[in-house]
Design a protein around this ligand. Structure first.
Ligand SMILES: *C/C=C(C)/C=C/C=C(C)/C=C/C1=C(C)CCCC1(C)C
Length: 253
């Protein structure tokens, strides 16, 4: 078993962009975690948990990429279950980041749970849409579950742009937090929107039926989106930690 996996990894077709992004995605997530964990010691105490969470997000993703890469290179199939296990752990942690950033301005744990529940809804519906897509693909199945999933997505999007997260950031009185949360809101609007594009490439999806894009593109979009969102989110949080006001400890470091 082990040798089979190993030899399939060795025989990566160099012209396969999906395999390529699984490899680079794995390496990038690992490197990002090392960066966030090391930099954690350099930021003021109040930002240490945020940096820890940034490192956990990319670290959890790195482990899943390790397995997804091997799964893909040895079977040629979409690692749907591994993908959604990864997201079920990392997306709620991104919601925790929103909570941690706005905590000083009075964010309550209830806000964190509302974001977590909305994102969990988004992922469970997406998983049903993908994992239980009938052989050959069904447009009604993928469209129904995709639409249900989008409700959860819009909830998080609204909270970040206009709702509680945005209002708390404004109330923090720290321009770095206001700007940082605004940047994260852009990630949710643009970066997270790449995922539904990948989803629509599966058999029966709108881009599959409409443009002939194949299930290979699903993982290509997901891999690109993961690198942008997980590492990008972490870097924004890092940027807030090193530039926010009362960073006297950092100046001494
Ligand atoms: C690190 C992983 C992240 C940030 C994953 C985010 C995933 C999404 C925003 C997925 C959204 C979906 C829809 C809005 C509709 C179709 C189904 C999904 C799950 C792909």
């Amino acid at each position: 078993m082990h040798t089979i996996l190993l030899s399939s990894v060795m025989n990566i077709p160099v012209d396969d962009p999906v395999a390529f992004t699984f490899f680079t995605g794995y390496m990038a997530m690992l490197a990002a975690s090392v960066f966030f964990f090391f930099e954690r010691s350099r930021v003021p105490d109040k930002w240490k948990t945020s940096l820890l969470v940034s490192g956990l997000i990319t670290g959890i993703a790195a482990v899943h990429y390790y397995y997804m890469r091997d799964y893909y290179t040895s079977t040629g199939n979409n690692p749907t279950a591994l993908r959604y296990i990864d997201w079920t752990l990392t997306v709620p942690l991104m919601c925790v980041e929103f909570y941690l950033l706005t905590k000083a301005a009075g964010a309550k744990l209830g806000l964190m749970w509302k974001l977590i529940i909305a994102s969990a809804w988004m992922l469970v519906a997406g998983y049903i849409g993908e994992a239980f897509n009938p052989p050959g693909g069904s447009m009604s199945h993928s469209a129904l579950w995709g639409a249900l999933s989008t409700i959860g997505y819009i909830y998080v999007l609204y909270a970040a742009w206009f709702g509680e997260v945005k209002q708390l950031a404004d109330r923090s009185g720290d321009p770095t937090v206001v700007r940082g949360v605004r940047t994260l809101a852009w990630f949710v609007l643009v970066g997270w929107a790449i995922y539904p594009i990948g989803y629509m490439c599966m058999p029966g999806g709108w881009l599959n039926v409409g443009l002939g894009w194949t299930s290979n593109s699903v993982d290509l979009f997901y891999n690109i989106a993961d690198a942008i969102n997980k590492i990008g989110f972490g870097l924004v949080v890092y940027g807030i930690a090193v530039t926010s006001k009362d960073n006297a400890t950092l100046a001494k470091a």
